[in-house]
Design a protein around this ligand. Structure first.
Ligand SMILES: Cc1ncc(C[n+]2csc(CCOP(=O)(O)OP(=O)(O)O)c2C)c(N)n1
Ligand SMILES: [Mg+2]
Length: 203
């Protein structure tokens, strides 16, 4: 555990961003978290400062829990960079391309292993991302080569507005009950839509 930020602070941060977005103060997309605060705190309980955290378009909680000061995260969001927040000095890297972060995470983990460095990679992906071909290849390669990486699958059963399990015609995600130390799967239901904060904003 790097910070002692609690669930209430995480919720309050996203609510502040939601208000700013709905007030047309952020002229770029925001993707907000809610309903997964406890699971995120649990996921971060084993993450160390030396570890890398790789994320997608929705990454405010990871940045805060990795130790980036709230003002710094908020200032980047206000600059319109919520969708791909990167703080290399805190070892946080994001990409808004579905699956884009996966090969980067695997390469980083391979590099850590080959150079015999300390630390590891924690790669956060959504449920639909976890069903893509690149996720299956990345997870297979990482497990078979025992890379220093963990995949955190954040399961809201949604890909924007499509239901992931319905799309693929399966009751369970491939890695839902896949008991392996390199996989951490959790379910959550957000009060926010995929993007934005529920109000149509006109600039
Ligand atoms: C290559 C690519 N295709 C489509 C999109 C549009 N897109 C953004 S998020 C998303 C849904 C991904 O669903 P999931 O992985 O479950 O993530 P969630 O947002 O639910 O956490 C899509 C299709 C994109 N960003 N990149
Ligand atoms: Mg999803």
């Amino acid at each position: 555990m790097i910070t002692n930020i609690g669930a209430a602070e995480l919720i309050a941060f996203e609510e502040k961003v939601a208000d700013l977005f709905n007030g047309a103060k952020i002229k770029a997309p925001v993707h907000l978290y809610s309903g997964n605060e406890d699971q995120m705190i649990e996921a971060f309980s084993s993450i160390k400062e030396e570890d890398w955290v790789l994320c997608s378009w929705r990454s405010h909680f990871q940045c805060l829990l990795k130790g980036v000061p709230q003002e710094k995260v908020l200032s980047e969001i206000l600059e319109g960079r919520s969708i791909s927040l990167c703080f290399p000095e805190y070892k946080i890297f994001s990409s808004a391309i579905v699956g884009g972060i996966l090969p980067i995470s695997v390469g980083l983990a391979l590099s850590i292993k080959l150079q015999k460095l300390t630390g590891m990679v924690h790669c956060f992906i959504g449920d639909m991302t976890s069903e893509t071909g690149i996720a299956h290849e990345s997870i297979k390669y990482s497990i078979n080569h025992d890379l220093p990486i963990r995949f955190i699958i954040e399961d809201n059963d949604l890909s924007v507005c499509s239901e992931t399990r319905k799309v693929w015609g399966q009751d369970q995600l491939t890695y839902e009950n896949f008991s392996h130390p390199k996989i951490f799967h959790y379910k959550y239901k957000s009060k926010y839509p995929h993007a934005g904060a529920g109000v149509r904003v006109q600039f």
